[in-house]
Design a protein around this ligand. Structure first.
Ligand SMILES: [Mg+2]
Length: 423
């Protein structure tokens, strides 16, 4: 019995961040625009740009300073990650009218399985056109939609024509449409993989599809086989229906101290120890960066006090601990007897930032990331001295401020709470 051909759509919102900014403030339309961390900070980097800014040769990840040199009249806006997330949800709601099988690949990209929907709503291309026009009319955003019989080709199709377009790759036309493209256009073929393939004379996706399987495996391992499968249009990965990631709203960690503590240096160290595990779990949960740090402090009368502050989005222990300690110093007088301490982060951006950075694959960004890490370390050294830099080993060697907590790890670090988004 012949298997039914799947109908997969892949949607990619065009210039997403910049488009949301324009949807929010239409007076920005029609003129070159960039979205950046802080418009006043000339060393800040361009996170996103609109079509008009692209025409000036402005690239994502370059510095604001260099962008301004290319276009002195450039409009600059600060990023609004919560708005991007809100818009992203609205877009997914529109897709949800046509299928339940939606895989959110990133904030602005989704894979959609429409196989079952065609009976009700028409062909893949017809549904794609409906999505495209609804997103445009209802939200003022444009989207490029690829239609194909598997995810890899659907994604590729979405990239072939931008913005505001629908492109189909079929069993009949993929050799003609896909195989002539450079191999680097294929999903998961990065710069170094492409270079490796070039060495054996594989420059196009078609050449990859027809390359010797054994040779590819020798060259790239299992991945070599997988890439060949993709190139041949044989990818059969399903669209992962329900969003599998946990929708976490906050991540926290608290500990009852072995004895009441008044010394601020000691309290600082506990904040580092707690923040270390909060940051690690935050990164593991893959929720992006947090914009709010909360602390809870229990005194010797068992009264709990909580306070919070906004921070620039972070997933770094150093930033979290620093904010926690600052909060403490702002709200608690010297001599406060502390029995329990907790640190919680919330307001995740769900990697909007990370995603925009990952898309770049540029050395500039790698540098920017490293620089940020370096700066964090330098600042810590400046502010807290050498001990702060040992935070990484605080838990590993089981000692915090001379106290062996190894045996008590379960107990002291057991109160780890994740709260889920209620929406
Ligand atoms: Mg996009």
């Amino acid at each position: 019995m012949q298997k039914r051909e799947r109908v997969i759509l892949y949607s990619d919102l065009n210039n997403f961040f910049a488009s949301v900014e324009i949807a929010l403030d239409p007076s920005l339309a029609g003129k070159p625009l960039i979205v950046c961390g802080d418009p006043k900070e000339r060393h800040g980097i361009v996170l996103a740009k609109n079509e008009e800014a692209k025409r000036y040769g402005i690239k994502t990840a370059e510095t604001v300073y260099s962008a301004l040199r290319k276009c002195p009249d450039l409009q600059m806006v600060k990023e609004h990650f919560h708005e991007y997330r809100r818009y992203s949800k609205k877009v997914v709601e529109i897709y949800g009218r046509y299928t339940d099988c939606i895989e959110e690949c990133s904030i602005d990209e989704c894979a959609l399985d429409m196989t079952e929907s065609t009976a009700l709503f028409g062909s893949g291309v017809e549904i794609a056109e409906k999505l495209r026009s609804s997103v445009k009319e209802e939200l003022g955003l444009t989207v490029s939609v690829g239609v194909s019989f598997n995810k890899v080709f659907a994604k590729l199709a979405s990239e072939l024509k931008k913005p505001d377009a629908v492109t189909e790759i079929t069993r009949e036309n993929y050799r003609e449409k896909v195989w002539r493209l450079p191999v680097s256009e294929l999903l998961f073929v990065g710069k170094s993989t492409a270079e490796t393939l070039h060495k054996i004379g594989v420059r196009t996706i078609g050449e990859l599809a027809n390359a010797d399987e054994e040779l590819l495996i020798r060259l790239l391992g299992k991945r070599g086989r997988q890439l060949r499968i993709y190139a041949r249009g044989e990818d059969d990965a399903p669209v992962k229906g329900v969003k599998e990631k946990e929708d976490l709203k906050s991540i926290g960690n608290s500990t009852t101290l072995p004895k009441d503590i008044t010394d601020r240096e000691e309290i600082k160290r506990w904040f580092y120890a707690l923040s270390e595990s909060v940051a690690a779990r935050q990164r593991k949960a893959d929720v992006g960066r947090a914009s709010t740090v909360h602390i809870v402090v229990r005194n010797e009368k068992l009264q709990d006090t909580t306070c919070q502050k906004k921070v620039s989005p972070t997933s770094l222990c150093g930033d979290i601990a620093k904010a926690a300690y600052e909060l403490y110093c702002e709200h608690f007088p010297f001599g406060t007897r502390v029995r329990m301490l907790g640190v919680t982060v919330s307001g995740f951006d769900y990697h909007i930032q990370q995603m925009s950075l990952d898309n770049l694959l540029s050395d500039g960004i790698a540098y920017e990331k490293k620089e940020r890490a370096e700066n964090a370390v330098a600042k810590l050294r400046e502010k807290y001295g050498y001990t702060a830099l040992q935070r990484g080993v605080v838990l590993e060697d089981g000692r915090v401020n001379g106290l062996d907590i190894r045996g008590k790890k379960e107990e002291t670090f057991s109160k780890q709470e994740n709260t889920k988004d209620e929406e």
